[in-house]
Design a protein around this ligand. Structure first.
Ligand SMILES: Nc1ncnc2c1ncn2[C@@H]1O[C@H](COP(=O)(O)OP(=O)(O)OP(=O)(O)O)[C@@H](O)[C@H]1O
Ligand SMILES: O=C(O)c1ccc[n+]([C@@H]2O[C@H](COP(=O)([O-])O)[C@@H](O)[C@H]2O)c1
Length: 209
């Protein structure tokens, strides 16, 4: 008897963007949880070239370093890939541009945008966020004790916004805390892992906070 063709599974891609200045173990925990809970084929780590909402606050560390630290963090991790397209693109890093490019590149793929609650709460300030919501499904993790919830502005426009809630024990680490600890000369290993701690020391990053 002829074998029946199995229906093709849709490719499931996670989009995990960040300033990653620097990447830390909270990011890695989130990427692992998203990969495993959502059954993603791949998590694309997308360091932002110009994270426009953060640019006024302080000078961003050079892309070459942020990218290198992400590469060290995901080395040997199954289903994770460094995607440098936002570093190579001129102008502000808009997630909608990245989602459009990935949708063109992988027709039929399911795109899941992995973000923390801090970003979900501000989603209405993102460039063309309604277009973005037409391209991706949101996968959100609670952060800093805040429940996963879209802002009133987003809910007014999209009342039944589908959100995948990621279950993850809180990881009380942020890049801000890492930079502050680095400027005090503390051991960063518990926050960023041994390889990234070594990289930061070797390149004398974050000596001034
Ligand atoms: N500890 C954490 N737990 C859950 N999500 C996190 C954590 N740290 C970062 N994220 C999420 O990862 C994404 C990228 O974060 P980002 O690179 O801005 O790091 P950050 O620690 O928030 O940086 P900063 O302290 O400089 O604002 C965001 O969606 C953010 O919500
Ligand atoms: O598209 C936008 O307008 C937009 C506005 C703010 C943040 N983002 C993206 O959200 C991700 C997390 O941002 P951040 O500032 O927490 O590092 C990162 O990929 C940013 O490019 C995107």
């Amino acid at each position: 008897m002829a074998e029946q063709a199995q229906p093709q599974q849709r490719l499931k891609l996670g989009l995990f963007g960040g300033s990653f200045d620097p990447v830390h173990l909270g990011h890695l925990a989130l990427a692992r949880v998203a990969r495993d809970q959502l059954g993603l084929d791949q998590v694309l780590w997308l360091p932002a070239g110009q994270p426009w909402q953060k640019l006024g606050q302080r000078a961003m560390t050079a892309a070459v370093h942020r990218q290198a630290m992400v590469a060290l963090t995901i080395a040997g991790e199954a289903g994770m890939l460094l995607d440098t397209r936002e570093l190579l693109r001129a102008g502000p890093s808009y997630t909608v541009d990245t989602a459009e490019a990935l949708a063109r590149q992988h027709p039929g793929a399911e795109l899941l945008l992995i973000i923390g609650q801090d970003q979900l709460g501000r989603l209405h300030s993102w460039q063309r966020w309604q277009d973005l919501l037409g391209l991706v499904r949101l996968a959100v993790v609670a952060r800093d004790g805040q429940e996963v919830r879209a802002s009133a502005e987003v809910l007014a426009d999209v009342p039944a916004l589908p959100i995948e809630r990621l279950a993850m024990p809180a990881v009380p680490i942020s890049s801000t805390l890492v930079r502050a600890a680095a400027s005090r000369g503390e051991d960063l290993t518990p926050m960023v892992g041994k390889k990234v701690a070594g990289y930061i020391a070797q390149h004398r990053l974050y000596s001034e906070y």
